[in-house]
Design a protein around this ligand. Structure first.
Ligand code: GTP
Ligand code: MG
Length: 207
């Protein structure tokens, strides 16, 4: 997919404030600091469309972008950031779960995980919850530039094996690096194909 247009629309503190759900929506989610905002920028070929930071907890609101005047791309706050207060962490969790469960035009969630780490309980539990809630999702490995290709593949295999303990079928998986601009095109192709399937099946969100 060629990105002709990527426009920031709105930051929302709850799902009820999000832009009208009249277009297909794809959202990036995952632990704080995993690289959600950076990957959005890399995919959109834009240095600072989404705000990034070395300090975890940068994205605190639901951020909507309108892509090619056609579909929404959403940058969500990270979950599981230990250094904020318990109350604040709970607030973020509530914001995320309410968004996921109530956003009627959400077509697919991309769950980002840092490819350097062994499968983390918090991510596996989150995906388990998505499965139980029947929310379609894909896994996006981030920061592939920080490992050798061999170690990237090794870690992805470990992840697949771990997920197969819990799942019969594996979700789509993508290997990416925002730094080296790897894998973003595959994610965009997937979104493009999904949009085409929606059109073919006459699924519309604009009434
Ligand atoms: P929150 O908004 O806090 O949840 O974080 P986030 O998931 O949006 O992460 P963000 O994109 O802000 O990136 C966090 C840090 O990781 C920044 O210092 C980025 O430069 C770095 N980073 C993100 N993606 C990559 C990548 O592909 N490679 C490398 N080497 N660093 C990355
Ligand atoms: Mg962010």
């Amino acid at each position: 997919m060629i990105i002709k247009n990527a426009e920031f629309l709105k930051s929302s503190s709850k799902w009820q404030e999000c832009p009208e759900p009249k277009r297909a929506e794809y959202a990036f989610i995952g632990r704080s600091n995993v690289g959600k905002s950076s990957l959005i920028n890399a995919m959109m070929n834009h240095k600072d469309l989404a705000k990034t930071s070395q300090t975890p907890g940068k994205t605190q609101l639901i951020n909507h972008f309108l892509i090619n005047e056609q579909w929404y791309l959403t940058d969500l706050p990270g979950y599981g950031y230990a250094k904020v207060s318990k109350v604040k962490r709970k607030d973020f969790e509530k914001l995320i779960t309410n968004y996921v469960l109530n956003r009627v035009n959400l077509v697919n969630l991309f769950v980002l995980v840092d490819v350097r780490h062994a499968p983390q309980k918090i991510d596996l539990e989150f995906m388990q919850w998505l499965g139980e809630s029947q929310i379609p999702f894909s896994v996006v490995f981030t920061k592939a530039d920080k490992l050798s290709a061999g170690n990237v593949n090794k870690n992805v295999e470990v992840y697949r094996a771990k997920m197969l303990e819990l799942w019969e079928d594996l979700p789509h998986m993508f290997i990416t690096s925002a730094e080296k601009k790897i894998g973003g095109d595959e994610v965009l192709s997937y979104i493009d194909q999904t949009n085409q399937i929606l059109v073919k099946n006459k699924v519309r969100f604009d009434g």
